[in-house]
Design a binder for this molecule. Structure first.
Ligand SMILES: NC(=O)c1ccc[n+]([C@@H]2O[C@H](COP(=O)([O-])OP(=O)(O)OC[C@H]3O[C@@H](n4cnc5c(N)ncnc54)[C@H](OP(=O)(O)O)[C@@H]3O)[C@@H](O)[C@H]2O)c1
Length: 240
C-alpha cells in the first residue's frame, strides 16, 4: 500500500477499508482525505447530520456515518449498521480537551465528560467493531493519544481529565495489543503532535494536512511486531 496521497487512487472492490472517528474537522478530516486519496474506502464518523455532506466530499469513496461517541446506544447502532462489513483499519481519533487545569478545579462532571469520549468510547467502539476487524486483512487499530498522557513525562498546566484520559487510553491500547496478539492484530497509541486545529490552537507548529500524512505512513509501515507501542507520528517511542 502506497503511503503517498499526491495522486489519488481509485477504490476497487478489493480496496482496504478504514473507519475514522471525528471527521468533521481537524486531524480526523485530514486522515479521511488522505486515506481516500490512497484508495481506501473510508467510513467517516461525524456527530451532526449537517456535517455528512462535507465529509462525503473529502474523497470519492467516503461514506459518512452519524454517531455520538458519548452515547452507548449510538455506538451500538453504528456497529449494527456495519454488520458483516470488513474493516482493515480503525482510527479512534475523536477527542475532547478538558478545562480542569489545576487541583482545586477538578470536577466529577469534567472527568466523566472527557473520559467518556477519550477513553470509554475508543474501547467500546473497538470492541463493537472487532467482528468487522476480524473480517479485514490488516487488523489495525490506532488510538489517537497525546504525549500529555505520558506518566513518565507528566507536567503541569494541562487538564487533569485530558491527561489522565489519554494515559488510560494507552492502557486500552496495551491491553488490546496483548489480548489480540494471537490473531495478528496491530494496536497502536499514536500522538499526532501539536497541530493547528480547534483543539491545538493557532500557536501549534504542525499543519494537520502534513502531519497526518506522516501518521498514516507510520501506521501503514508498522505491523504486529509493533503492537502495543506508544509513539509519535514518526514512530519514535514515547515513555509510558
Ligand atoms: N490538535 C492537537 O495538537 C492534538 C495533540 C495531541 C493529541 N490530539 C488528539 O488528536 C485527536 C483529534 O484532535 P483535533 O485537534 O483534530 O481536535 P478537534 O479539532 O477539536 O476535533 C475533534 C473532533 O472530535 C469530534 N468529537 C469530539 N467529541 C465527540 C463525541 N463525543 N462523539 C463524536 N465525535 C466527537 C469532533 O466532532 P464535532 O465537530 O461534532 O465536535 C471533531 O470532529 C484527539 O483525540 C486529540 O486528543 C490533538
Amino acid at each position: 500500500m502506497s503511503t503517498a496521497s499526491a495522486s489519488p487512487t481509485s477504490p476497487t472492490s478489493s480496496s482496504p477499508v478504514a473507519l475514522v472517528t471525528g471527521a468533521s474537522r481537524g486531524i480526523g478530516l485530514w486522515l479521511v482525505t488522505h486515506l481516500a486519496a490512497q484508495g481506501y474506502k473510508v467510513f467517516a464518523t461525524v456527530r451532526k447530520q449537517a456535517d455528512v455532506a462535507a465529509a462525503e466530499k473529502l474523497g470519492q469513496n467516503v461514506t459518512a456515518l452519524v454517531v455520538e461517541l458519548a452515547d452507548a446506544a449510538s455506538v451500538e447502532t453504528l456497529a449494527s449498521k456495519l454488520k458483516g462489513q470488513p474493516i482493515d483499519l480503525l482510527i479512534n481519533n475523536a477527542g475532547v480537551n478538558g478545562n480542569d487545569r489545576s487541583a482545586g478545579n477538578l470536577s466529577w462532571g469534567e472527568f466523566q465528560r472527557v473520559f467518556t469520549t477519550n477513553t470509554f468510547a475508543p474501547a467500546m467502539l473497538a470492541q463493537a467493531l472487532l467482528p468487522n476487524l476480524r473480517l479485514g486483512k490488516a487488523r489495525k487499530i490506532v488510538n489517537v493519544t497525546s504525549e500529555l498522557g505520558s506518566i513518565t513525562n507528566a507536567t503541569t498546566g494541562f487538564s487533569y481529565a485530558y491527561n489522565s484520559s489519554k494515559s488510560a487510553l494507552n492502557m486500552i491500547t496495551a491491553r488490546l495489543a496483548k489480548d489480540l496478539a494471537s490473531e495478528g492484530f496491530t494496536v497502536l497509541s499514536i500522538c499526532p503532535g501539536w497541530n493547528k486545529t480547534d483543539m491545538g490552537g493557532d500557536q501549534a507548529p504542525l499543519d494537520p494536512k502534513e502531519s497526518t500524512k506522516t501518521l498514516l505512513a507510520t501506521t501503514h509501515r508498522l505491523g504486529p511486531a509493533d503492537s502495543g507501542k506508544y509513539i509519535r507520528i514518526d514512530g519514535t517511542p514515547i515513555p509510558y
